[in-house]
Design a protein around this ligand. Sequence first.
Ligand code: 9MR
Length: 376
Amino acid sequence: MKNTSLPILFCACLMAAFSCGKDEPQSRPDVVIPTKPENETPENTGDYSLGELAAMQGIKLGAAFTYWEYRLNAQVPQILTREFDAVTFGNEMKHDAIVKANGTMDFSTADEMVRWTKDCGVELFGHVLGWHSQQQTDYLNTLKDDAAVDEAFKNYVYGMMEHFDVYAWDVVNETFADGGNGAFRTVYTTQPANHVYVWGSHYPSTKDWVDKAFQYAADACKKYGKTPVLYINDYNLETDPGKRNGLCDYAKNNPNVTGVATQMHIDMAIPDLKNKISETLKALVATGKMVRIAELDIKTQDINAQADMFRYIFEQYIAIVPAAQRGGITFWGINDKDSWVGEENHPLLWMDSVYNKKPAYDEIYNFLLELNGLNS
Ligand code: 9MR
């Protein structure tokens, strides 16, 4: 079990020390972290965390968070420390966050967050090496030809793999077309500017770029002696069976792909949702690769029905994904108020400014407690 008091106090002091710059927030809630006596382990208090209960089923439980979410809410380090084993940075390891307009790589913000992960005792998931969005277009547009872009991409992948120690990477993200019956993405121009799909216009096809991404990632792993799981990840796999088949077929045929992930940004309004979730997990398992739910959140106006759906997802993940293929489940955020889909859609496990737990938290907790035979 993790020591929950010291790292948090350290985080709190660090944040207080950094919070006096003129552009920075002047205040944040003060939360007193109770110190637990040494002998208060979950085994003798029955006070397990969600992450501990999930770990008993071989599930590495994670949450995404962003720089300012952590800096502004003292509950974030507290919850990460207590409830989770892994984290993903929402934006800070993306191409446009790391690569500067002159092409140099600046790891300083991500490194500060890496220090937080150590304070909180959580592992880091690498998100993301190749994505059609959030690229450093100011730099990429200065490159003279396709070969120069490929060289820049290769250097970036190697640089990221060398610098960060993570348990797994999203090597590519969202490379299949919506409703494309399994075809790769071909849209090169969307707005705003940093969403223009630069990579896509410098390779013969998106597939060529994805092949290269996995080749560079696998080669960099060898070079730096690292062994992260290498994921291909996409959205709407539950509702777009063509896309799902495309991703699974590609993964099966590329030995450098060692993991497949569904983001699972879903909505309670999707018809026949439970069936679609189960079908997706079965298809991912059939690839023989590691299987991960990478960005879980559920839009709803009924947080009790949502709790049942979250429980179903855990139940099905355990029932369908063999233990050896469990790559973990990561929620895309902690608190509804900071979610990318908006607080009005109530997508996550915590809510409001004091981080009250929602019914979904208790539902998953009680399900795992019972499954682990700890509820008596
Ligand atoms: O959570 C991220 C959000 O803070 C950003 O505004 C957004 C910009 O596109 O990216 C979000 O995360 C995305 C993730 O990196 C890839 N899958 C979809 C996620 C939601 O857009």
